[in-house]
Design a protein around this ligand. Structure first.
Ligand code: COA
Length: 254
C-alpha cells in the first residue's frame, strides 16, 4: 500500500498488489485500516482517494486463495472482521473517501467502493459481485449496500448472475457519479475532493453520519452468518478450486 499526500489536506491511498490484481487479503485489510484510521484522526487530512495500482484493477475481490480452505466459522469471522476493520469503518469515517475505480472492482473491491462516500470510474472499469460463481455470497456488505445504491431488483440481478457491468452501465445504474477517460481519473477524483474540501469538515462528518443513519444494520449480520454457511457447502470447495485451476466449476447444489 502506498500513502501519498497530494496536497496539505488530500491523501491518496493506493492498494499495491498488482500481480494479484490488488486482491484483499487480511494483511492488506489491516494495512488499509491503519492508513485510514491515521487519516481519520489527522485533522489536516480532509479527504482520501482510494485507487488500485497497475493498469488493470481497482481491486479484484477478496483473496480467494486465502479463504478457500477456511471452515464456516473462519468464513464468518473473516466477514465480520473485514466489515469492522474496513468496510463499516470506511462508511462511518467523517473524512470523506472517494473510490477512483481504475479497472476491475469485483467482489470485495466493489464492496469497498460501495462503502466509500463517492465513486468515480475510468472508462475501463468493470464492476460486479461474482461470488456465487465461486459458491459463496458477498460477505463485505455487498448484499446490503448494492441494493441501497442501485435498488433491490438490479442488485438481485447483478448478484445472482454474478456478471460484470461496464462503467457506462454503472453510471446508468447510479452506481458511479461519473465516468472519465482512464488517464483523467485521478484528476477528476482530485477535483471532486477539492469541491468537498471547500466545505466545513465538521459539517461533512455530520452529514455522512446523518445519511448513514437511514440504513439498518441487521442485514449485515445476516450476511456474515450466511457467508459463513456457504463455506460448509461442496459448491464452495468446487467453486474456489475451479478458480485456482482455471476451469469452469461443476456445481451440484450440495
Ligand atoms: N483472489 C486471489 N487471486 C486473484 C483474485 C482474487 N480475487 N483475482 C485475481 N487473482 C490473481 C489470479 O489468480 C492471478 O494470479 P496468478 O498469476 O498467481 O495465477 C492474477 O491475480 C492475475 O489474474 P488473472 O485471472 O490471470 O487475470 P485475467 O486478466 O485473466 O482475469 C479477472 C481478471 C478479474 C477477470 C479474474 O482474475 C477474476 O475473475 N478474478 C476473481 C474475481 C472474483 O471472483 N472476485 C470475488 C472474490 S470473492
Amino acid at each position: 500500500m502506498i500513502v501519498k499526500n497530494l496536497s496539505d489536506h488530500l491523501q491518496l491511498i493506493t492498494i499495491n498488489r498488482p500481480q494479484q490484481l490488488n486482491a484483499l487479503n487480511r494483511e492488506v485489510i489491516a494495512e488499509l485500516h491503519r492508513a485510514l484510521s491515521r487519516a481519520e484522526e489527522d485533522p489536516q487530512i480532509r479527504a482520501v482517494i482510494l485507487m488500485g495500482s497497475g493498469d488493470k484493477a481497482f481491486i479484484a475481490g477478496a483473496d480467494i486463495k486465502e479463504f478457500m480452505h477456511f471452515t464456516p466459522e473462519e468464513g464468518k469471522k473473516l466477514s465480520e472482521e473485514g466489515q469492522r476493520l474496513l468496510f463499516d469503518y470506511v462508511e462511518q469515517m467523517h473524512t470523506p473517501v472517494i473510490a477512483a475505480i481504475n479497472g476491475y472492482a469485483l467482489g470485495g473491491g466493489l464492496e469497498l467502493a460501495l462503502a466509500s462516500h463517492v465513486r468515480l470510474a475510468s472508462e475501463r472499469a468493470k464492476m460486479g459481485l461474482p461470488e456465487v460463481s465461486l459458491g459463496v455470497i458477498p460477505g463485505y456488505g455487498g448484499t446490503q449496500r448494492l441494493a441501497q445504491h442501485i435498488g433491490k431488483g438490479r442488485a438481485m440481478e447483478m448478484i445472482l448472475t454474478g456478471k460484470m457491468i461496464d462503467a457506462r452501465k454503472a453510471y446508468d445504474y447510479g452506481l458511479v457519479g461519473e465516468v472519465v477517460p482512464h488517464e483523467k481519473l485521478l484528476d477528476k477524483a482530485v477535483e471532486t475532493a477539492e469541491a468537498i474540501m471547500k466545505n466545513s469538515p465538521a459539517a461533512i462528518g455530520l452529514a455522512i453520519e446523518a445519511i448513514n443513519a437511514a440504513y439498518g444494520r441487521d442485514g449485515f449480520k445476516v450476511e456474515s452468518e450466511l457467508f459463513g454457511k456457504a463455506f460448509a457447502t461442496e459448491d464452495f470447495k468446487e467453486g474456489t478450486r475451479a478458480f485456482v485451476e482455471r476451469r469452469k466449476p461443476n456445481f451440484t447444489g450440495k
